[in-house]
Structure formats: structure tokens, C-alpha cells
Design a protein around this ligand. Structure first.
Ligand code: FAD
Length: 309
């Protein structure tokens, strides 16, 4: 087995429980096993990290061996494995970010989540420090990894003391001047990939106000179909709707969830992009920052096109 993350270890377990008389060696690049459970899942998710107990049980079986610090491709090649084993399974995971092809992605201050989560999970291959100097941070994407990153940035460092975060990470987060974290999804709430439990958990910090903007809660036909087809989507949307209509709170940090940030409607009458106006600052080109509200511009109305109404 090449790679001792959950996939490799569960595969070893299945083989062990089969009728075949097997002995299994797991070759792992890192000194320690468990892959992204160790170096990806956020430290304040002990329930998920807890699966290591089940994985450890598999590794303690006498016919299963873990060989750490062995990098397939450098220390060992397929020909050598074939010489000594009847079968080889690759379970090396997907540890790098997928490239995001948008203008400005290479500018200073833009990072992939894989590097940031590696830092806060103490991955030995990444530097011990992270440049946390911004007071306002944008997180692109609306899945559970985006929630992990946003939550770790928004929570106060001391809230994480009950977890096993490394000391350098605690010190780094403690010095962070962040007050606002903005999570952006290009489509609507029904297309968000959060799972309901992870979404609701965002709101548990006594120091973080989760803000959803009522004008972002909109549903086209595709969204309504998605809501009807999936209980999970329905639960996510209900949570977002609840948050969109509640009174603003006073917690010291804010985590803003923005939707439909990538959509521009075509005006059928003018055959051009439909002009829209920010209700607060009256700008007709969407500014990133609304000067009137001194917040990310989001009070955006689509009802102002005189041509197509
Ligand atoms: C930020 C983040 C948060 C997540 N949160 C959750 C969550 O809350 N709940 C949940 O269920 N899932 C979560 N996941 C997903 C979960 O971590 C993955 O689905 C799971 O770890 C995948 O298992 P895997 O074994 O396929 O890959 P990995 O966990 O990546 O394991 C692959 C292993 O192969 C090793 N390897 C790679 N290349 C080589 C090589 N050349 N030679 C030897 N070894 C090698 C790696 O070091 C690693 O140990 C999260 C993932 C991320 C990134």
C-alpha cells in the first residue's frame, strides 16, 4: 500500500478481513500516518480527528506494518515493489490545491487553502510562521474547507486552546489583527457545498458574528429543484435563511457569507448586462467595499433596470 491515509488504512483493513491470507506493508512519505486527517482536518474538529482511534486499531494488527519516511518515486519505485509484493495499491490522496484560473490569483496575499491548513495543522514541510497581517480576509469557495479556513481565521486564538494546535499556530493566530472574514460563493445558497452540521457549527463561537445578507438569498428554478431533491441542501438553506433575517449582533469579529457574487444578469431588452445598484452607496459598478456602510458591498438590487424591469 502506498500512502497511509484513511484510504490506505481502510483498504488494508478490508484485505485483512477478506478470505485471502495477506500481510500488508504501508509505505508512507511522512514520519506519521493518517494523511489529511492529521494535516488537513481543522484542529477544532475532534470528532472527525477521532477516527484515528479506529485507524490505529487497524495498524496494530500483527500482519499490517507501517513504514514511515518512505517517499514513493524517490526512495522506492514500482519495479522494486513488484519484485517483493503480489499487488500494489496506491492511496496517495490529493494533497495539493487545484489551480484556480482567475485574474490576480498570483498576487501577493493570495494563498491556496492546502498551504494554510498545512500551517495550522503543523505539517512539517511548511514554514512555522504565516503572514497573518490583514484585518479583512476573503475566502473563495463555499465548501467545508472554506468553512474550516474561515472559522480558524475568525475565532480568537484562545478559543482553540482546548484543541491540539501547535504553539506557533496559537501565537500566530493570537497576533492576527483580523476582524472580518468574507466567504464568497459565485452561485446561490442552494449550490453551496457546506454540510449542515459544519455550517451550524460556524455560529457556535461566542466571539464570531455570522452574517448572511438577505438579498443574497434568491432561488432560480435550478435552486428550487435542488432544494426539493436534497434534504441536506434544504437544511443548509434553512440555516442561511434564519441567519439572514436575524438582528445584527455585537460579537467582536464577523464572518460574512456572500452568495451569487459571480453572476451578472443579461438584460433581455438591452441585450447587455443588466445595471444594478447598491442600495446604500448607489454605485452602479459593484464596488468591493460600500463606503456608506463601511462594509463589503452587498446591498445590491437587481430591480433597477428600466429596460427590462
Ligand atoms: C482542510 C480539510 C478539511 C477536511 N475536513 C474533513 C472533515 O471535516 N470530515 C471529513 O470526513 N473529511 C474531511 N476532509 C477530507 C479527508 O481528510 C479526506 O477525505 C481523507 O483524508 C482522504 O483520505 P486519503 O487516504 O484518500 O488521502 P490522504 O488523507 O491525503 O492520505 C494520503 C497519504 O498518502 C501519503 N503519500 C502521498 N504521496 C506519497 C508518496 N509519494 N509516497 C508515500 N506516501 C505518500 C500522504 O503523506 C498521506 O499520508 C478534509 C480535508 C481537508 C483538506
Amino acid at each position: 500500500m502506498v500512502g497511509a491515509g484513511p484510504a490506505g488504512i481502510y483498504a488494508a483493513d478490508i484485505l485483512d478481513k477478506s478470505d485471502a491470507d495477506v500481510s500488508i506493508d504501508l509505505f508512507e512519505r511522512m514520519p506519521a500516518p493518517f494523511g489529511l486527517i492529521r494535516y488537513g482536518v481543522a484542529p477544532d474538529h475532534p470528532r472527525i480527528k477521532g477516527i484515528v482511534t479506529a485507524l490505529e486499531k487497524v495498524l496494530s494488527k500483527p500482519n499490517i506494518r507501517l513504514l514511515g519516511n518512505i517517499d514513493y518515486g524517490t526512495d522506492i519505485k514500482l519495479d522494486e515493489l513488484r519484485e517483493f509484493y503480489d499487488a500494489v495499491i496506491f492511496s496517495t490522496g490529493a494533497s495539493a490545491d487545484r489551480a484556480l484560473d482567475i485574474p490576480g490569483i498570483d498576487l501577493d496575499g493570495s494563498y491556496g487553502a492546502a498551504d494554510f491548513v498545512s500551517w495550522y495543522d503543523g505539517h512539517p514541510d511548511v514554514p512555522r510562521t504565516w503572514p497573518l497581517t490583514a484585518s479583512s480576509v476573503a475566502v473563495l469557495g463555499v465548501g467545508n474547507v472554506a468553512l474550516d479556513v474561515a472559522r480558524i481565521l475568525a475565532k480568537t486564538a484562545d478559543e482553540l486552546l482546548t484543541t491540539d494546535i501547535p504553539d506557533n499556530v496559537h501565537q500566530g493566530l493570537k497576533a492576527s489583527p483580523v476582524t472580518d472574514v468574507h466567504v464568497f460563493g459565485r452561485r446561490g445558497p442552494a449550490q453551496a457545498k457546506f454540510t449542515p452540521l459544519e455550517l451550524r457549527e460556524l455560529d457556535h463561537s461566542p466571539n464570531v458574528e455570522v452574517i448572511v445578507y438577505p438579498e443574497d438569498i434568491e432561488f432560480d428554478d435550478g435552486s428550487i429543484a435542488a432544494l426539493r431533491a436534497s434534504k441536506q441542501v434544504d437544511m443548509v438553506v434553512k440555516t442561511l435563511q434564519e441567519w439572514a433575517i436575524r438582528e445584527p449582533g455585537t460579537r467582536q469579529r464577523r464572518l460574512h457569507l456572500h452568495f451569487t457574487t459571480g453572476t451578472s444578469r443579461r438584460c433581455t431588452a438591452r441585450s447587455a448586462t443588466c445595471p444594478r445598484t447598491c442600495r446604500s452607496c448607489r454605485s452602479t459598478t459593484r464596488p468591493a467595499w460600500c463606503r456608506t456602510r463601511r462594509a463589503a458591498c452587498s446591498t445590491w438590487t437587481r430591480t433597477s433596470c428600466r429596460a427590462c424591469t
